[in-house]
Design a protein around this ligand. Structure first.
Ligand code: PRP
Length: 210
């Protein structure tokens, strides 16, 4: 657990190893997407720890028993583009989640998010929601995505990211203190161009070869 109350950095050797591959400039798009998908699964697995379950009685080959099942509906909201591949990994863990989409790009002249698409299911207003994006830099994109959810209880919203910058985490703490952030790493800072340092570059460009 991090010193920042709303942030949970997953300290795990497997996560660290995958992040090392994602960060390396030598990693090409095919491998990069593979690594991002796996991190999406592992980080969502950790983020899902507090999810509610419901009892269900089943028959094993031996006898009847009461088991716990995930309580759906659950909602996953990738921020396009870079969140898409990570969301595939999240769906490996929560296969019957409903998927909403928010399309945003960051205007590099002022670092403000610009919206170009959204399709958000009604369940996002009430159920557990995982907002997925590899990078939390200034926090502007994630904050804009959360605003669009119209969530009644922000405590039901969790942000899942691979790499976070302190600036974005602190801003999230001010604007949405009830929203938990699960991250693979907390990096040093943002540079003058708003990129995370050391970071991994532009995740969308790297996964789609643009
Ligand atoms: C990147 C990244 C986040 C955002 C982070 O997306 O995937 O969505 O920037 O920056 P912020 O926290 O300062 O808002 P980008 O704008 O490059 O779009 P893309 O996913 O289409 O590449």
């Amino acid at each position: 657990m991090s010193a920042i109350p709303n942030l949970n950095v997953i300290e795990h050797p497997v996560v660290a190893d995958l992040l090392a591959e994602a960060r390396s400039r030598e990693t090409r798009p095919g491998r990069f997407r593979h690594v991002v998908r796996r991190l999406g699964a592992l980080l969502t697995y950790e983020a899902a720890r507090g999810l509610p379950t419901q009892d269900e009685t089943i028959e094993t080959p031996i006898e009847a028993m009461t088991t716990r099942r995930l309580a759906y509906p659950l909602v996953i909201v990738p921020i396009l583009r870079a969140g898409l591949v990570m969301a595939d990994g999240a769906l490996d863990v929560l296969p019957d989640a409903i998927v909403g989409h928010v399309g945003l790009f960051r205007d590099e002249s002022n670092l403000q998010p610009v919206g170009y698409y959204q399709k958000i299911p009604a369940e996002a207003a009430s159920g557990p929601v995982f907002v997925i994006d590899p990078m939390l830099a200034t926090g502007g994109s994630v904050i804009e995505a959360i605003r669009r959810l119209d969530a009644r209880d922000h405590g039901a919203v969790t942000v899942v990211c691979m790499v976070a910058a302190p600036e974005g985490v602190e801003r999230m703490g001010r604007e949405y203190p009830a929203v938990a952030i699960v991250a693979g790493a907390l990096d040093r800072a943002l540079n003058d161009s708003g990129f995370i340092v050391p970071g991994l570059g532009d995740a969308g460009d790297r996964m789609f070869g643009t």
